[in-house]
Design a protein around this ligand. Structure first.
Ligand code: OOG
Length: 260
């Protein structure tokens, strides 16, 4: 006889398998909708991480989503979410992104933090911030696996918060006074989005503080050297609209992605 617990576990595996296939083929899927609770969605996400690790990928960090008004307004979701990053998602600044294999990728400017120590669920906000040793400008490529880039909160969490790739600029020594820095996103040299690092929860360090509480929900620990993306300060732009996308953050520098 199949118990309720087994049924739930198998549907989590089944949803993870569908999202994983969509991510690997670039074929969009339909949303799961009401049937998927937020807790089940984080279980799906943890299962996706396990599938990627079984294929040899390494966990390299975490990313926060919906930490700015601009992103909440663009996507109609207003709760902070967390996803994972792996080594396969990492691109060097100036590297080319092949659009084939993605569903409908978009690019957004981010602040990246680097952790100097292992951080496990239960780490306090203060300990997590104290473990940061470097900051860098970054770009995140997001690619919802759902048709038309539309989703509910649980759908996007199950889909690893649309994480696809990330590009890091040069690391600088961590300092706390990184609010109020101008953020600009350029497509082929033309400004397409502008904002400020203060658009990320009033101060990007608040994103780190929020991550501390969310690691328990997300069910993973971050090894020393991990990257944390604080969430985009501006709306995202479609990757297909340009052959070069650049983020410039005052005092932190710039980072670039070529699109093919
Ligand atoms: C979800 C991911 C949001 C951010 O920086 O706010 C996000 C999405 O917009 O598809 O990464």
């Amino acid at each position: 006889m199949t118990t309720h617990v087994e049924t739930v576990a198998s549907s989590i595996d089944e949803i993870a398998a569908q999202i994983d296939a969509a991510q690997r083929t670039g074929e969009p899927i339909e949303q799961f909708g009401e049937a998927l609770s937020l807790d089940a969605a984080y279980q799906v996400q943890a299962r996706l991480l396990r599938l990627r690790q079984q294929r040899g990928e390494q966990l390299t960090g975490a990313k926060l989503g919906f930490t700015s008004e601009a992103k909440m307004a663009q996507m109609g979701v207003d709760e902070i979410i967390v996803g994972f990053l792996t080594d396969e998602m990492h691109l060097r600044s100036g590297e080319s992104l092949q659009l084939t294999g993605f569903v409908h990728p978009r690019v957004e400017p981010e602040v990246a933090f680097r952790l100097s120590r292992d951080v496990a669920p239960g780490t306090t906000a203060r300990e997590l911030v104290a473990s940061v040793d470097a900051i860098a400008p970054a770009l995140e490529v997001i690619d919802s696996r759902y048709r038309d880039f539309r989703f509910s909160l649980s759908d996007v969490v199950a889909d690893n918060t649309s994480a696809a790739c990330y590009v890091l600029g040069d690391w600088k020594r961590f300092r706390r006074d990184i609010d109020g820095l101008a953020v600009s996103l350029f497509a082929d040299g033309r400004i397409v989005e502008t904002g400020s690092t203060s658009d990320i929860l009033g101060h990007p360090v608040r994103a780190l503080e929020r991550l501390a509480g969310m690691l328990t929900t997300a069910r993973y620990s971050l090894p020393a050297g991990s990257v944390v993306l604080a969430g985009a300060a501006t709306a995202a732009v479609a990757a297909s609209t340009a052959s070069r996308i650049t983020a410039l953050i005052a005092e932190l520098g710039q980072v670039e992605l070529c699109i093919q």
